[in-house]
Write a protein that binds this ligand. Structure first.
Ligand SMILES: Cc1cc2nc3c(=O)[nH]c(=O)nc-3n(C[C@H](O)[C@H](O)[C@H](O)COP(=O)(O)OP(=O)(O)OC[C@H]3O[C@@H](n4cnc5c(N)ncnc54)[C@H](O)[C@@H]3O)c2cc1C
Length: 385
């Protein structure tokens, strides 16, 4: 079978779904291919910076309908339990990916967006047309493709992307719990070899999600034993795990998390969200960046289709420049944080520095977060130009 569209999006996480909604609103014919049916849980801290709200409103995504938690306070504790408190300048909200991604998907269904459940296995660009193959044997033709397939996919292997050859020392574990925890707080509790984020999502549920060094993790028999032997050394974590009840049958895990540099364009495909770069989750900004990069790529595609960008080469150059300007320094800061957190002595130095100089925390938040994403759209609709 063969299908044609103007724009095809690979991956229906936050980046892919946001771009699909934006481009459909701008008057394009869009196909989105996602490999897993909605709703589904994802390993994620589920704290979203408020910087995305005006833009989501413009897209017709009204987050309040999902009854999220509203978060404005931040607590960081050291592995030995010392605590630093701060206020998040823009604040954020807590919502599960199970609910948020599904909500965006439901909005896409109401629009003229064709969502297909399949796995993209290859993308080729020839004579100004993309040819996209899927595991079901379908071939799609598109004028432009957005890569929104997340942190790591077999497609990246097929595209021979450089980062796939690096071995990552991190894995992550997440589950939902019930228990006592403030509605307006995101807590980041450090432990030897990692950190654990705790915050409320919808329906009073608590999301507990931690990033751990694979070397320390593999010394233990299972997750439970690891948590008790390593995480519990931070008294705050011991209290949380002992006083809350898990509501998942078992925690979700992912490994091979890579926080280094990727490229914003590969094989002529414009990459958005984690596909272009994953910021260290401690920064709590990956979802906002996924949404923001979808907006930037969509605006540039509109510009390209109305003829303001003359060639494919210029399109790729422009998107790379815009992506770098918007996100590169945030990612670099995340990379520095990740490097520090891999070294116990440096981690203690940083955290003890934060205890003594809490204003340093505001600097880190500022450098790892963006400003509120403007709701103004460049060339809102291709037909109104
Ligand atoms: C431990 C951890 C904690 C985090 N905590 C936070 C936090 O609290 N706040 C925050 O803002 N960010 C956080 N992040 C980052 C955040 O989760 C990501 O930045 C965000 O999910 C990026 O969205 P995305 O759409 O780019 O990717 P994803 O949400 O991963 O979506 C990619 C989609 O592509 C699909 N896909 C993959 N390959 C294919 C294929 N070949 N064909 C078709 N479909 C495909 C996948 O099924 C998936 O649905 C965290 C990340 C980690 C690892």
């Amino acid at each position: 079978m063969q299908f044609e569209s103007e724009i095809l999006i690979i991956g229906g996480g936050l980046a892919g779904l946001t771009a699909a909604l934006h481009l459909e609103k701008a008057g394009f014919n869009v196909i989105l291919i996602e490999k897993i049916a909605y709703p589904h849980h994802k390993v994620c801290g589920e704290y979203v910076s408020n910087e995305v709200l005006p833009y989501l409103d413009w897209l017709g995504i009204h987050i309040e309908k999902l009854d999220p938690s509203h978060i404005k306070n931040l607590e960081i504790t050291t592995a030995s339990g010392k605590s630093i408190k701060g206020i998040l300048p823009l604040g954020g909200f807590g919502i599960s990916r199970y609910k948020l991604d599904d909500f965006l998907y439901q909005q896409a269904l109401k629009k003229n967006i064709k969502v297909v459940f399949d796995t993209v296995t290859d993308v080729k660009f020839q004579a100004d047309t993309f040819s996209i193959n899927t595991s079901s044997g379908t071939i799609y033709k598109a004028k432009q493709v957005l890569g929104a397939h997340g942190k790591r996919s077999t497609l990246d292997q097929k595209m021979e992307r450089n980062f796939m050859s690096y071995k990552s020392p991190f894995l992550a574990v997440k589950a939902h719990y019930v228990g006592d925890f403030p509605d307006d707080l995101v807590a980041l509790h450090n432990f030897n070899g990692g950190y654990c984020g705790v915050s409320k999502v919808e329906d009073d549920k608590i999301n507990i999600c931690y990033l751990a060094g694979y070397e320390t993790f593999k010394k233990h028999k299972n997750i439970d034993e690891y948590q008790k032997a390593v995480l519990y050394k931070n008294k705050h974590l011991e209290h949380i795990f002992e006083s809350c009840d898990m509501i998942f049958e078992q925690p979700l895990t992912i490994s091979q998390l890579f926080f280094g540099q990727k490229t914003a364009v590969e094989n002529h495909v414009l990459m958005i969200g984690d596909t272009a770069g994953l910021i260290h989750p401690l920064c709590g900004n990956g979802m906002a960046m996924a949404i923001h990069s979808a907006k930037k790529a969509s605006e540039i595609l509109v510009d390209y289709f109305i003829g303001n960008i003359a060639s494919q080469q210029q399109l790729e150059k422009k998107y790379t420049a815009v992506w770098n300007k918007q996100f590169k320094s945030r990612l670099k800061m995340g990379e520095v944080l990740a490097a520090i957190l891999q070294r116990e002595k440096l981690t203690n130095l940083l955290l003890n520095g934060l205890v003594k100089m809490p204003s340093l925390l505001n600097q880190i938040i500022k450098r790892t977060h963006g400003k509120q994403i403007a709701a103004q759209i460049l060339n809102e609709n291709r037909h109104r130009i």
